[in-house]
Structures are given as C-alpha cells and as structure tokens.
Design a protein around this ligand. Structure first.
Ligand SMILES: [Zn+2]
Length: 503
C-alpha cells in the first residue's frame, strides 16, 4: 500500500509541476498545444512512476527477428502485471483489431462480449488465472492509463472461442432469425513425430498458425514465463492473452504441445470452463500426456475445439488428443507421427461434434493438406528433424490439383491468392488469411527450453496490405487494422535469455 501511495504522490507532484508549466506557457502557446504538453507530461509521469514498481524488477523484454520476447516471473498477479505493462503498446494495438473482427462477424456489440466474459467465463476461471488477468489490466493501466478493464481482457482472451463457438450455439438456441453464418475456425498445419520417423529418434514438433493476416501479423510474442507454481513455459502467443492460443509451447518438465483446430465443429457447454484457461493451465501443470488430457477434459466447454498434438521428451512418446465436446479420442505411440490440418478422424467425434464436415471432399483445405502431410511425412520417414520441419511448414504443393503454387490447400496457406476461399470456415474469395507464422522444436531443444520461430508466411513471402486493399475493396473495413505481414527469418529463442548487451 505504502508503495502505491508513494507512487501516487510522485504522479501528483509531477502533474502539479506540469500544470504550473501549462499556466506559465499560456503566453507562448495556444491552449491546445499546452493541453498536449500537459497530457504528455502526465503520461510521462505515470509511466515513470510505474517503472519503479517492484513488480517489474524481474521482468524484461526485447525484440528479435520480428518477435517480441517477454520474460515474466513471479506470482500470478505479478506475471499479469508484467504482461500488461511490457506489452501495453502491443495490447492497445491488437485489441481494436480483434474487437472489430468479433463485433463485425457476430453482429453483437462489445457490451455483449463483456457480459459473457463477466457472467459466463470469469466465475469458472481458477483464482490464480483470475489474478493474472486482473494483473494484465492493472499493468496496462499503469503504463498507459488505458481504460480497458479485466472484462475487456477476458473477452480478448476468449476471441477464439466465444465468437465462433458460443455465439452460433446461442443463435441456434434462441432461434435467431437471420443469424450470421458463423463457422468454427480452421487454424493451422502441424505435426509431431518420434522414434523411427525422425532423424535421431527424438521427438520433432512443428506448427504454422493459420488465421486472418489482420490478427496473425500481431501474433508475434514469445512468452518466457517462470511462474511461482507449476512448470516454466516457453511459448508463442498474442498480446494480452494468457494461453499461447495458436498453440505452440514447451514446459520445463518435458511436455511439447501444439494443435490444429477441428473444422466445422458445433457445440458449447455454458457450464464449462473457458478453453484459453484450460490450455494455459495444462501447459503450466502437465507433467505427462495423461496429465495434459485430464486438465483439458476437466470442465471442457467445447470452445476452440482442437486436435492436440503432444510429446513427452522424458519418454519419447507422442499423442493426439482429439477433443470434441460430445466425444473425444486419444491416440499415442513411441514410434510414429501425428499430423493435423483441421480435420477430425474419430468416427464418434465426426458424427456427433462435426456433423457437417465431409472427410471425403478432397478439394477442401483440411483434407487436401491431410493428403499432403501424409505424402511429405512418408517420403521423409527417418529423416525428419527441425530444419526439415521448417521446410515442410513452407510447403506449397496442392495435393488436389497435383501442382506447386501457394493457395488455400497448401500447408503454407495463402488464401488471399484464390477465388475459392475456404467455404468450410466461411472465408470468401481472396480472404486475407492463411499461414501467418511458424514454430518448431525437438526433444533436445525442449530439454534446453529452446524453440525456433519465424514471423510471417513460413515460406518467406511477404503480404502487402496496400496493394491487396486496392485490389479487394470488399475488405476495406480492415483498412484501419490490416498491415504488411513481412516474413522474418527463422530465429531461436531460449528461456531466460537476456537481451543482447548493445545494439
Ligand atoms: Zn507460403
């Protein structure tokens, strides 16, 4: 408390000083310029006062290869405060983009999402993650004076599950006439391999994130989290969100985790626990494939339903957890490979959770990529390592047309290049979305808490917003948010690494 009072006193002194300056400046400035001076002095005072906050002692960040690396350390409230403070600029940039997408696709206003966050999601989140989410709002406010509160942050955290899972379920329940055509997303191409499939028998895991370029260009945070309880985490992520969410992460007890989303998934349990919270908890606390499965099943709400691809470097075992709501299946092996590209395969999950999905339509993106994964992985059996995984994430072979050229059917997706779009996700012609970044690791890297990551299309091609918007005015609504998505180079990150001494 006394720290808080001291900080407040420091702010007040600086504000008073600024006001005097403002009065003194009345002669030489016009009122508006003086007001700007006052505002910037207050902002400086706030930031300066907050920067000496003891909660920020152990935290730091740096940028490399297009990624923003943040080291967060401490109890849940402290980890949250550091997150909100260090990534304030990125959160304030990402929030309006995500918000615009959620409001537009669902035709629901932001008050709706805040209410869902407060009434349905918040009560089911463990206290430690409530504290972390609260901390994010506080850290953000301390840095910039942002008016976003914890329910805005919770709504942001739910951006993969509430708009495309809860809202269509609600529309159906309420028999809403003229409801928007909402479909669960189909994010990502990924695999995990082990045993005789890999070059030296260890686990290799790799993933590229498919999403809108608008959101995807902002999905470039590397989180190194050293929590007071549970295992240390190294994962990629999104500003303001406590889970990796796309997902790719490793923990210090040997778990290696990724997923691809289940296309045309339907269902929601309003009494379940939010997916973003379960996914973060599982990465932080799971010591084994069994632990991971147990945590994801506990309070499964059906939101952001994924095929989880898991590895345990301690045992060399890998697994696929196909997490439906009405049904689920777990496959595991110490010698094999599991790939994902947004298709379900368990007959019960297909029948009960994805009734509309057609696994035999080979023209569709999920099925075409499934065929391509099978070709690539079989061709390279026994040779798979991290550098080969990087090439696979950048693959541009269309298995349906049997030719090379990036489109919606290639593992490195470029949906903006095709008139077909991806109807099963309700992505229309030339939708500005596809593979937006990639990550990979093997067991040795996981043991050292290392991963490699590349921003932008994993193939290295740039997406340029201006010519795209000029050619496709139907996406003009994205203009305030859509940016160039330039590809970086594959860059290695390690838990606990410090920023380079000088630049
Ligand atoms: Zn590509």
């Amino acid at each position: 408390m006394s720290d808080g009072i001291r900080r407040l006193a420091a702010v007040l002194i600086l504000v008073a000083g600024a006001a005097l300056l403002w009065l003194a400046g009345q002669h030489s400035h016009d009122a508006e310029a003086a007001k700007n001076d006052l505002d910037s002095t207050v902002a400086y005072a706030r930031e300066h006062a907050a920067s000496s906050d003891p909660r920020l002692k152990a935290t730091y960040s740096f940028e490399r290869g297009g990624w923003v690396y943040v080291h967060l350390e401490g109890d849940p409230a402290t980890v949250g405060f550091q997150h909100g403070y260090l990534l304030a600029k990125e959160i304030e940039d990402a929030f309006p983009a995500v918000q615009a997408g959620m409001v537009r696709s669902t035709r629901r206003d932001w008050a709706f999402f805040r209410q869902v966050a407060r009434e349905m999601l918040w009560p089911k989140i463990d206290p430690e993650y409530q504290q972390e989410l609260q901390g994010i709002a506080e850290g953000l406010n301390a840095r910039t004076g942002s008016q976003l509160d914890v329910y805005d942050i919770v709504a942001l955290n739910s951006f993969e599950e509430v708009p495309d899972y809860y809202v269509p379920w609600l529309n159906k329940k309420e028999k809403l006439a003229g409801a928007p055509n909402l479909k669960s997303p189909g994010n990502c191409s990924a695999f995990v391999a082990t045993g005789s499939w890999t070059k030296n028998g260890q686990i290799v895991i790799a993933h590229n994130n498919w999403t809108s370029y608008m959101n995807g260009e902002r999905w470039r945070i590397i989180f190194d989290i050293q929590p007071a309880h549970g295992y240390r985490i190294l994962m990629d992520g999104f500003p303001g969100v406590i889970a990796s969410d796309d997902d790719f992460g490793i923990n210090s007890d040997g778990l290696m985790v990724t997923e691809t989303t289940i296309t045309q998934f339907e269902g929601w349990d309003p009494n379940g626990k939010p997916e973003f919270f379960r996914a973060r908890k599982a990465l932080q606390y799971a010591s084994s494939i069994d632990d991971y499965t147990r945590i994801m099943l506990d309070g499964n709400n059906g939101g952001y339903a994924n095929d989880w691809l898991l590895g345990d470097r301690k045992t060399g075992e890998i697994a696929q957890l196909e997490l439906g709501l009405k049904a689920y299946e777990l496959w595991r092996t110490k010698d094999g490979v599991f790939a994902g590209s947004n298709w379900a395969r368990d007959p019960k999950v297909l029948k009960e959770d994805t009734p509309e999905f057609d696994p035999n339509d080979m023209t569709s993106s999920p099925n075409a990529r499934r065929v391509r994964w099978e070709q690539l992985l079989n061709e390279n059996k026994g040779k798979i390592d991290v550098s080969l995984a990087q090439q696979m994430l950048a693959d541009h072979v269309d298995s349906f047309e049997k030719k090379t050229g990036a489109n919606e059917r290639t593992l490195c997706g470029h949906v903006d290049t095709t008139t077909r779009g991806v109807s099963v996700w309700n992505w229309g012609a030339f939708y500005p979305g596809g593979a937006v970044q990639g990550k990979a690791a093997d067991s040795t890297m996981a043991k050292d808490m290392r991963l490699v990551a590349r921003t932008g299309h994993p193939c290295g091609e740039d997406f340029l917003a201006k010519p795209f918007l000029a050619a496709h005015p139907e996406f003009a609504w994205q203009e305030p948010y859509l940016r160039d998505m330039k590809a970086g180079t594959w860059t290695e990150f390690r838990s606990g690494e410090m920023p380079a001494a000088s630049k």
